[in-house]
Design a protein. Structure first.
Lengths: 138, 287
């Protein structure tokens, strides 16, 4: 980015089935894409990707906000980023104990290898738990 | 003729019933407001999702994707029917209407293999008794509806569809029109038929990650997910609306009953008093 004193802002919009979670102008967003984390600033190429469990970092000015996001899509378009997700949480809402329990439970289920659906569900739960713990540790 | 005491007892019991029905009406009204808000809240999400899905689907050939592939009615050998009823009764003809519609659809698909996926206890009980094959049941969750429920249903439906277990999936539910009106809706979930090819090409210059076909796959699943979520919300709203009306009617007729019984009670009491006066005065005359 240029060293311009007031860099152009990016419109971030996060929508969940329970409503619009967040809509504001930010400087940069770091998104856990399915092929790895990627950062978006103003002027990014048009880009559509799926999102996996991980932490979503939002930078605006000196401030940095972190959220946990699980599964979804993001559509990047030059001056705006739209994120569609089913679940997004604030780190302070995470119950660490519960996340650890969920992680153990999911691991156990993965070993059982029952049906394909249960396997996928457990895999998803494990990913979710790991993402939660990562942020909660900080 | 019932005695004074018996009438009094009946008045008391009807009064407490009326209290219950009017409380249930209030509860339903509050719940209805909540689910209504949820329907509104889900709208931006599903709109955005549909927009992306539509333009991505229009870039892919329809027949290439198994979930989009059109199917001729003659080729349909097995059908999954999702029947969405309520968990509880006391809501007028709400459950019966759905069950009747489901029976009609089952008759229409005679000769094909039919399996039911029952959402809500009432439908499950009915079809179990009738001896239908119930593949999955989702009961007792309407009072704490979560998005995970629709995801579970979606997973079952798409996985069995992709495995070729069903050629078609239909969902039958009550759509919320207004508090006093519900529409019975029969909709085909899979293969996805409702959206037509569009000319919208706004994703033309996009980069994709992972590749388009995988993205499309996930998008379709998410789309179904939201569809089912909306169906659950619609049905839940319709149920609360129906219960509100049913309870309102029950409260009214309880009121009428109390008025009738009170009248009867007063008549009876007046009769007794008159009788006693006659007895006293005729006894006095005899002296």
């Amino acid at each position: 980015m240029s060293n311009n004193k007031s860099p152009k802002k990016l419109l971030l919009k996060i929508t969940t089935p329970k409503g619009i979670f967040l809509e504001k102008k930010v400087d940069e967003v770091v998104i856990p894409g399915s092929a790895g984390y990627f950062g978006v600033m103003y002027g990014h190429t048009a880009f559509l990707t799926s999102i996996t469990s991980g932490s979503l970092e939002i930078y605006s000015g000196e401030k940095k906000d972190t959220y946990i996001i699980h599964n979804g899509f993001s559509e990047v378009n030059f001056d705006e980023v739209r994120i569609l997700t089913e679940t997004i949480e604030k780190p302070e809402d995470i119950d660490k104990k519960r996340a650890i329990q969920a992680k153990e439970r999911a691991k156990k289920r993965l070993k059982e290898k029952k049906s394909e659906i249960n396997f996928r569900r457990a895999e998803f739960a494990l990913k979710r738990a790991i993402a939660r713990l990562e942020v909660a540790h900080e | 003729m019932p005695s004074l005491k018996e009438i009094k007892q009946r008045i008391n019991s009807v009064t407490s019933t009326r209290q219950v029905t009017s409380a249930m009406k209030m509860v339903s009204a509050a719940k209805l407001q909540k689910t209504q808000q949820w329907i509104l809240n889900a709208r931006p999400y599903s709109d955005e999702l549909d927009k992306i899905l539509l333009s991505l689907a229009s870039r892919t050939l329809r027949d290439e994707h198994p979930l989009l592939k059109k199917i001729d009615e003659e080729d349909v050998k097995s059908v999954a029917i999702i029947v969405v009823t309520a968990d509880k009764g006391l809501c007028g003809a709400f459950n019966m209407n759905i069950i009747r519609k489901a029976e009609e659809v089952i008759r229409k698909n005679k000769g094909k293999k039919i399996e039911l996926i029952c959402v809500g206890k009432k439908g499950k009980k009915y079809f179990e008794k009738k001896g239908h094959t119930i593949r999955e049941e989702y009961i007792n969750f309407f009072n704490k509806l979560e998005f995970e429920h629709s995801r579970d249903i979606m997973n079952i439906v798409t996985t069995s569809f992709l495995k070729g277990k069903y050629d078609k999936t239909i969902i039958i539910f009550n759509e919320f029109k207004s508090a006093i009106q519900q529409n019975i809706v029969e909709k085909q979930l899979l293969p996805l038929s409702e959206f037509e090819e569009s000319d919208e090409k706004f994703l033309a210059s996009y980069l994709f990650e992972p590749e388009e076909s995988k993205l499309l796959d996930e998008l379709i699943k998410k789309h179904l997910d939201v569809q089912i979520w909306r169906v659950l919300l619609e049905s839940s709203s319709a149920e609360q609306g129906a219960r509100m009306i049913a309870m309102d009617a029950a409260t009214d007729s309880a009121g009428e009953m109390i008025a009738d019984l009170t009248l009867e009670y007063n008549h009876k009491r007046q009769d007794n008093i008159t009788k006693e006066i006659i007895e006293v005065s005729s006894a006095a005359e005899a002296l």
